[in-house]
Ligand binder design. Structure first.
Ligand SMILES: [Zn+2]
Length: 190
């Protein structure tokens, strides 16, 4: 599910990170994302969870759970950046993700007529678990070596390239892709 980001120039653009765990990384907090910080208080995590591809709209989060979510986010950001840049994964980050995944995950349930599945009301810790489990699937799965950092100048957004040819370079074609086109066009006409 694409997220809407706002650049330092104030222009909004759509960015699809390709996986739940990387979508969570875009909520802020790391070295390059602090200006995007979206999780200031526990209710912010509940709001994000409803809007994310997890689509879980009944979440109660405590301050401690928000703290665990942010610690997981920092580990995920480093792991994805390391993988995207061909560096080895830090054992401490792996341990942090593994620990988060051991929390109980969200539980599926059916609506009253038994025809539609959804996730039962959950806690912030269950959300942390879902994100960590998604990360384990991603980092060890078929797209393990498809983690990318946007090739745009000064852009450090992380995504997983799930396209068949595997040549995705940009966070967003309309943003960094176009800027690169304009830059190259200018260089040529000079
Ligand atoms: Zn970019």
């Amino acid at each position: 599910m694409p997220v809407t980001l706002r650049g330092s120039d104030g222009v909004s653009y759509r960015f699809d990170p390709g996986a739940l765990c990387l979508e969570f990384v875009t909520t802020g907090g790391s070295v390059v994302y602090p200006r995007y910080e979206l999780l200031h208080e526990p209710a912010d995590l509940s709001r994000w969870t409803a809007e994310s591809r997890l689509g879980l709209d009944r979440v109660e989060t405590t301050p401690e759970q928000l703290g665990r979510a942010k610690a997981l986010r920092a580990a995920l950001w480093r792991m994805a950046a390391d993988r995207a840049n061909g560096r080895a994964t830090a054992p401490a980050d792996v341990a942090a993700v593994n620990e988060a995944a051991r929390l109980p995950p969200p539980v599926p349930e059916m609506d009253e007529d038994g025809r539609t599945a959804r996730l039962a009301p959950a806690t912030g810790d269950q959300v942390v678990s879902a994100i960590a489990r998604d990360a384990i699937d991603l980092f060890t799965g078929p797209y393990a070596d498809r983690m990318r950092e946007c090739a745009g100048y000064g852009c450090h957004l992380l995504f997983v390239d799930t396209s068949r040819p595997g040549r995705r370079r940009w966070c967003s074609m309309e943003r960094c892709g176009n800027r690169d086109k304009v830059r190259r066009h200018r260089a040529q006409s000079r």
